[in-house]
Design a protein around this ligand. Structure first.
Ligand code: AMP
Ligand code: P6P
Length: 339
C-alpha cells in the first residue's frame, strides 16, 4: 500500500522551492524526531519514575512535572543537533535559549514552543500536546535576541502541533495548507494520514471552560447562550466539548467543526493562553484550514508581541462561528478590545 512519511513529504515540499538550502527541511524533521522521543515517554507516563514533579517551578509558577522537563530537553537537543535553529523560546524557560552549537548560533530560524501543553492532565491520561512556531530570525548575524521572537504571527514560516493521544498525530503548515501525520509506532515513522485538512462547513461544537462564566465578558456570556438556543436551522443547541488540553480540543474541533474559546475575563483581560507558542500556531493552522482566529476583535496573527510569554484571548475555529462570537464581543463588550 502506497504511503508517504513525514520525512518524504517535507523533502518533497522543499523541491517546490528551487533556491531552498534544506535548512527548514532539516528543522522540521528535527521537530518530528523529538516528538517521537516525547511520545515514547508520554506513553509510559503512568509507569515508574517518569510521573510526578521535577520539583522545580516553571516560569508560569507551576510545578514542573518530569515530562514537561523531559519534553523541553528533547526539543532543545534535537534542534541543537540539527543546527538550523539559533534560539528557542520555550514555555518552560523564562528567557530565550541560545542553542549551543557553533553553526546554529548563526542559523536563520528561531522556534517558539510549548513542549508539553496540558501537562496537568498527565495523571488522568488525557491527551496532551506540543505546539510550535518557526520564524526567520530578524537579527541578521550574531547571537539571537528577544527581538527575533517578538514578531506577529503573520511572519510565521511554519507552525504545528503534536497530539499525544489515542494515537500520536503531528499536524503542521508552512502556509500552503495543513497536513496531518500519524505515528506508526512499530515502524517509528509519521505517516501522512490527514492530507489537506480543512474545517468542515458549519461547525456545531463550542469549547470553553464554563466554570469561569461569572468572569466572562458579557459578549462571551451572550455567545454561550446563543450556542445553547434551540434553533435546528443553525444546528443549535451546539454540543459542548472541553477537555482542558488545548491541542486535544483544537484538533477535535478542526476535524469535526467547532470553536475553541479561551477569552479574556474580568480576572485577566489578557486571557490565559500564550500568544507566541499557543495562540499563533493555532491561528496559523486555523486560517490555513479555512478558519479564523481572533482575540474577539483583532486577527491573532496581526498582534505585535511585546514579551515572550505574553498572553492573548483567543476565539479560533470555522470562520462563521468566530464571526458570530466577534459580533457578540463587539456589541456587548467593546471595553475588552485590547489593541
Ligand atoms: P531554506 O533555504 O531551507 O531555509 O528554505 C527557504 C524557504 O523556502 C523557507 O523559509 C520556506 O519558506 C521554503 N521552504 C524550504 N523548504 C521547505 C519545506 N520543506 N517545506 C515548506 N517550505 C519550505
Ligand atoms: P483551564 C492547559 O493547562 C492549558 O494551558 C491549555 O492546554 C488548556 O486549553 C487550558 O490551559 C485549560 O485552562 O483554565 O480551562 O483549566
Amino acid at each position: 500500500m502506497k504511503f508517504q512519511t513525514l520525512t518524504g513529504f517535507i523533502v518533497e515540499k522543499q523541491a517546490e522551492y528551487p533556491g531552498a538550502s534544506g535548512e527548514l527541511t532539516r528543522l522540521l524533521n528535527d521537530i518530528g524526531t523529538a516528538a517521537k522521543f516525547v511520545n515514547r515517554e508520554v506513553n509510559r507516563a503512568g509507569l515508574g519514575d517518569v510521573m510526578g514533579y521535577a520539583g522545580e517551578i516553571n516560569v508560569q509558577g507551576e510545578e514542573q512535572k518530569k515530562l514537561d522537563v523531559f519534553a523541553n530537553e528533547q526539543f532543545i537537543a534535537a534542534l541543537t543537533d540539527g543546527g538550523q535553529c539559533c534560539a528557542i523560546g520555550s514555555e518552560e524557560n523564562e528567557e530565550i535559549i541560545i542553542l549551543d552549537n557553533a553553526h546554529s548560533k548563526h542559523a536563520k530560524y528561531v522556534v517558539a514552543i510549548d513542549p508539553l501543553d496540558g501537562s496537568s492532565n498527565i495523571e488522568s491520561n488525557v491527551s496532551i500536546g506540543t505546539l510550535f512556531s518557526v520564524y526567520l530570525r530578524r537579527t541578521v548575524r550574531g547571537i539571537a535576541t528577544i527581538e527575533d521572537f517578538l514578531q506577529p504571527g503573520r511572519n510565521l514560516v511554519a507552525a504545528g502541533y503534536v497530539l499525544y493521544g489515542s494515537s500520536t498525530v503531528l499536524v503542521y503548515t508552512t502556509g500552503y495548507g495543513v497536513n496531518g501525520f500519524t505515528l506508526e509506532p512499530s515502524v517509528g515513522s509519521f505517516i501522512l494520514s490527514h492530507p489537506g485538512m480543512k474545517y468542515p462547513k458549519g461547525g456545531n461544537i463550542y469549547s470553553i471552560n464554563e466554570a469561569n462564566y461569572i468572569y466572562f465578558p458579557e459578549g462571551v456570556k451572550q455567545y454561550v447562550r446563543y450556542c445553547q438556543e434551540d434553533d435546528k436551522s443553525t444546528s443549535r443547541p451546539y454540543s459542548t466539548r472541553y477537555i482542558g488540553s488545548m491541542v486535544a480540543d483544537f484538533h477535535r474541533n478542526l476535524i469535526r467543526g467547532g470553536i475553541f474559546i479561551y477569552p479574556a475575563t474580568t480576572k485577566n483581560k489578557q486571557g490565559k493562553l500564550r500568544l507566541l507558542y499557543e495562540c499563533n500556531p493555532a491561528a496559523f493552522l486555523a486560517e490555513q484550514a479555512g478558519g479564523k482566529a481572533s482575540d474577539g476583535f483583532r486577527r491573532i496573527l496581526d498582534i505585535q508581541p511585546k514579551e515572550l510569554h505574553e498572553r492573548a484571548p483567543i476565539f479560533v475555529g470555522p470562520t462563521n462561528m468566530v464571526d458570530k462570537a466577534e459580533e457578540f464581543m463587539q456589541k456587548y463588550s467593546p471595553e475588552f478590545r485590547l489593541g
